[in-house]
Design a protein around this ligand. Sequence first.
Ligand code: ADE
Length: 229
Amino acid sequence: MRIDIVTIFPDFFGVLDVSLLGKARQARIIDVGVHDLRDFTHDRHRTVDDTPYGGGAGMVMRPEPWGEALDSVITADSVVIFPSPAGERFTQATARELAGEQHLVFGCGRYEGIDQRVIDHASSVARVREISLGDYVLNGGEVAVMAMIEAVGRLVPGVIGNAASLDEESHEGGLLEYPSYTKPAEWRGREVPPVLLSGNHGAIAKWRHEQQVERTKRVRPDLLPSAED
Ligand code: ADE
């Protein structure tokens, strides 16, 4: 998979060098290019924003540098993602869809957003999705893009050594994950549930499923109808 990121804070993405994603980059399973939007400006101050037409608070990102930056990375096969609190909600299903793509381009907006014509133009040359991490507002798209890249990257074949660990985690199968325990069997007077020490795989699977349903009912009842599908 190839990932291109356009941002005014390229240093922010240094974190992609570490951990599992860093290894995936070294192994060339995931190739990442980070592009400074200001490199596509032509004025002395490397201006990327201006006041909004129609008035209002804040600044809007100008279309020209965005146009040039996106022209340099987009192909007809790209999926272009603009993180935005006004976008569709990012879920595990979104992550799975994006993990099947060859080329993702992330455009990190700042301020009050990017001139709408940039999104409209990108939509005329590639598939575009505006995606929100959740119902809250961040200062810009960078943190949201990091979260999306981590969620997508770990689903790309070869990134996680033990692929089976992906099957039983939260949001796979519409339920939250069951609680996990390791040694010692007793810690500060708290015991590991005896069924997990029983060696009875059927009983363990049943207990874990019950825990998933109970936890989901308690903290995320909104997830349950889709779990019944
Ligand atoms: N940019 C600002 N807020 C955001 C959010 N909630 N999700 C994605 N991108 C954003």
